[in-house]
Design a protein around this ligand. Structure first.
Ligand code: HEM
Length: 493
């Protein structure tokens, strides 16, 4: 009995000390609106649903609190969500929010100190080294590489001509694997010709496993996670992925030793290797591998998703497809050939289509940051040090106050007169500021070259409406039932 009393007293003392140390956080949180928080779990109950439905829960909440900041408690963690573009601008342009939220640490087992998961001075220094490698010149050189892989993909898609509906994702995924492996990793092993490799499969499973742990709080404590089968699986995946990256590094060293010409492109791996030669103290072997895996993963999956959604939207909105195809024909003619860099920039309508797809299906539907010191927002709201910040990009991209046709594919959203009237931070498909995407130009190039090839060869059909495309969230936004399309030979009228 006395032991029980002692334990209760100790527990109570611990709880009081814990609450006392965090009194500033509670005081600041009380100034924000937010849903009812339960003892211990806070608002975590709002997100107790299937992983894939979390996106819609967050969307619902941000619609409920569209203007002023709102607070959530996820267990002991305070998160402030901001849905007003004017607030997003303040956050994304402040150095106080350049830190990723602590939850990203769970992904460090995979991508270590790569640009997505690192923060602080190491991130800043390495971003300065890597960003200049992805210049307009690199994107320009990537056109020919992308054209080669896109043509191969179109040849594969010929087999689907005039057949039943099929999911186009696999074909696009293998094409994007080949292109990004050559551009970033300098590897010419083709998944389109030889099928998915062990590495390709491991990487896809890695995204899924990483996301599962992010959204299941009970898997987050290391002690518990280590006892689950997920841990074993994680080790197998890491092993497969890292093995491949080590081979890529080795091949790059051999190219250097034999002064091999870089082939079709001077890939990112060789560019980083050359920087290391000059400054070996700055990038260790381990961080070199982390960068390669991060850059490849950051490029391959978003490009696949965006090209697939663009094809689906063209299938659902034939009039916009026709307009984009006509523009491509006017600029390039009917026969697919390697587009010139100048000609690509003439595809204004395709550009508007791509922008609207990135609006509807942003790769980062929610961006999470950590506040590293107290921050006074609009001289009104004190965002306390160490709390999390959530930016619900998906919800803002569908807010009817900024978009005339929020839930439709509507390229005219990006007519200059509409764009000029909108707050620039109401559209953030590549995020912004010191943690914004460094591959934006490359991504635009890859996707446009791919789409030119697709529309030059095929007419795309899809059934139903965009409203019927149910979405799910994993590490990005995807359709629950795939990208189902039908292809017909394009006949120029
Ligand atoms: C359609 C294609 C793409 C989209 C929509 C996209 C979107 C984004 C977004 C939203 C972020 C910020 C994430 C956050 O703040 O949490 C980001 C970061 C990043 N992206 Fe992209 N991305 C794309 C393609 C690429 C490509 C092709 C590369 C590189 C070759 C790339 C490399 C990166 C890197 C390294 C970061 C981390 C930057 C940092 O934190 O310093 N991305 N991307």
């Amino acid at each position: 009995m006395s032991l029980l009393i002692l334990l209760t007293v100790l527990l109570l003392a611990f709880a009081i000390k814990f609450a006392w140390k965090r009194r500033f956080l509670y005081r600041a949180a009380a100034k924000f609106q937010g849903p009812v928080a339960l003892p211990l779990i806070g608002n975590a109950w709002l997100f107790m649903c299937k992983n894939e439905d979390i996106l819609m829960r967050i969307y619902g909440l941000s619609k409920k609190y569209p203007d002023d900041p709102v607070r959530f408690w996820l267990g002991p963690s305070l998160i402030i969500m901001l849905s007003n573009p004017h607030h997003l601008e303040k956050i994304l342009s402040s150095s106080k929010f350049a830190h990723k939220h602590d939850i990203y640490d769970l992904l460090k087992v995979f991508t270590g100190e790569g640009l997505i998961t690192s923060s602080g001075s190491l991130h800043k220094e390495h971003r300065h080294l890597i960003q200049p490698m992805l210049t307009a010149n690199f994107s320009q050189d990537s056109v020919a590489v992308m054209q080669k892989h896109a043509e191969r993909c179109m040849d594969i898609l010929e087999a689907k001509l005039d057949q039943d509906m099929f999911d186009i994702e696999d074909a696009i995924h293998q094409c994007m694997i080949d292109a990004n492996k050559e551009l970033i990793l300098g590897s010419t092993r083709s998944s389109q010709l030889h099928g998915y490799s062990k590495y390709d499969r491991a990487l896809t499973n890695m995204y899924n496993l990483g996301f599962t742990r992010l959204v299941k709080p009970y898997l987050q404590p290391e002690m518990i996670y280590n006892l689950t089968p997920y841990k074993r699986r994680q080790e197998d995946l890491i092993h497969a992925v890292k093995d491949f990256i080590k081979q890529v590094v080795q091949q790059s060293k051999e190219r250097r030793a034999h002064s091999c010409p870089p082939g079709d492109i001077y890939p990112v791996v060789d560019r980083i290797r050359d920087v290391r030669e000059e400054r070996p103290d700055v990038i260790s072997d381990k961080v070199f591998e982390d960068h390669l895996l991060t850059l490849y993963a950051a490029a391959e999956d978003p490009s696949t998703i965006t090209c697939s959604f663009l094809a689906l939207c063209f299938g659902l909105y034939p009039e916009y497809q026709e307009r984009a195809a006509k523009e491509i024909m006017e600029v390039f003619g009917e026969t697919p050939s390697t587009p010139s860099w100048e000609a690509l920039s003439k595809l204004q309508y395709l550009d508007m289509c791509l922008k609207d797809v990135l609006r509807l299906f942003p790769i980062g539907p929610i961006i999470l940051r950590k506040c590293t010191s107290d921050f006074l927002l609009d001289d009104k709201w004190l965002i306390p040090k160490n709390c999390g910040i959530a930016l619900p990009i998906f919800a803002i991209h569908r807010d009817p106050r900024y978009w005339s046709h929020p839930d439709h594919f509507y390229p005219d959203h990006f007519l200059p007169e509409s764009t000029n009237q909108r707050h620039p931070y109401a559209y953030l498909p590549f995020s912004a500021g010191s943690r914004g995407c460094i591959g934006k130009l490359l991504a635009n190039t890859i996707i446009k070259v791919f789409t030119c090839n697709l529309l030059q060869r095929f007419e795309i059909e899809a059934a139903g409406t965009l409203a019927e495309v149910e979405l799910k969230m994993d590490i990005s936004t995807r359709p629950k039932r795939g990208y189902r399309l039908k292809l017909k030979r394009r006949v120029w009228k």
